[in-house]
Design a protein around this ligand. Sequence first.
Ligand code: SIN
Length: 517
Amino acid sequence: MQADVIVVGGGVAGLTAALAVAEAGGQVALVAGAIGGGSSPWAQGGIAAALGADDSPAAHLADTLTCGGGLVDEAAARVLTEEAPARVADLLAWGVPFDREADGTLALGREGGHCRRRIIHAGGGATGWHIVQTLASVVRETSRVRLLEGVTVIALRTGLHGVSGVELRWPDGRVGQLDGPVVLATGGCAGLYQRSTNPETVNGGGIVLGWQAGAALVDLEFVQFHPTALALPVPALGERALLLTEALRGEGAWLCDARGRRLLAEGPLAHPQAELAPRDVVARAIHTARQEGPVFLSLRHLDAVAVRARFPNLVTLLQPLGLDLARDLLPVAPAAHYVMGGLWSDQHGATTVPGLYVAGEVAGTGVHGANRLASNSLLECVVFGRRAGLAALAGRPPQGLDELLAAGCELVAEAPLPPPGSAMPAKLGTLLDQQLGVVRDEAGLLDVLARLPEEGAALVARRIALGAWLRRESRGAHFRTDCPAPQSAWCGRIVQQRGVPPLLVPVGAPAQVGGRR
Ligand code: SIN
């Protein structure tokens, strides 16, 4: 079997890539456990785009850069923010039912780190679900997209010329292969954590496939913890944490201690942007405050009717727990939410391996730097999903790392690295929560490195730990108690590749060191 482009992943990035290829006249094979699955349907807040009369892509870019802790690839972020309005227009044309004001204009919400209202949303806080449902129905009606649903990619086929296709397994155990360039749109790996806002299936599977095919990883130490996941079990979600969208704070929700004191407005954790400070700041503040006692999200001071009308999905999710979104104090704690890093990618999804492209959370484009701006993730799926699909169809060449090695980017560890462990720990998620969470230190990171084998999901976790151990500073979402400040020497991106020593590369590389684009 053959396709012009094979897309792996049925979330927003994969569906967008498939539609872009089909619209350009290519034949697509879309392989996914479930079309419309992954973490996309769990995304609540919305999608950021400079659509307001008082807004501009330049202002959106500036917020993206400010949040990213000095590691945002500005050229990639410019692509993200400038193409955002056009990609939103595509979503509207496909029929995504974004929420509107009474006058019919798109309703714009606000979230942390944004200087103004620019988040469009659907179903209140059910944006991801509405987008994937709409895209999935368009894809199902597109004759150039062949769906291989419920089918698993067990490996990438590689040869002298890079990736040439995929090896597949059907649910009944049959195996087969498919030839063509591959776009991985398999999501991130935050579901590896026990306390996570992602489904367990978001476990870095695409990162492992890429690594095995020789692709480089970047920025993996930067895991974003969402500040406000409900700190109570939700039976409907099993072990997963219920996200209480940042859009709640955008509408005025407060973060309080048990005495009702606003944590980010007064006292030692205060920040000029209060509850709308960047996500890494708020997550650390809640983590710190919880050492003393519970932290609550409170909407009690807001108009209850308006709150319930704005967030109907959360009203419904909280009701079985006996909680009223508008009137109860909601205990919250950070939860693993998103990984800024992934498989090294240029602005068109090209990796370091010919024939292999990436889009969405699995990609390390550098648009998020060390800390992603809220609601830039669904946006990256549509902007870079389209670009990766078209790049794969056109056979865009890869980027090599040779120039980076020649430019002296090799990163020498200060101490010997413990050899990998030999057995997968029984509770990988708990280990990650404890040692690779909001706050890290050298002893915990070395513990993870010594325990985890270099295979499967543990490989991804071990590579997160390696990046976090090498990076002897704190920056963005990566905070180490043993080196709590940013260091200018670390203002670069850590690249890891099988058989190659880790590299610390300048932001914007390889263009800056003459790499192949
Ligand atoms: C949220 O709804 O708070 C999550 C939005 C995001 O992760 O960008």
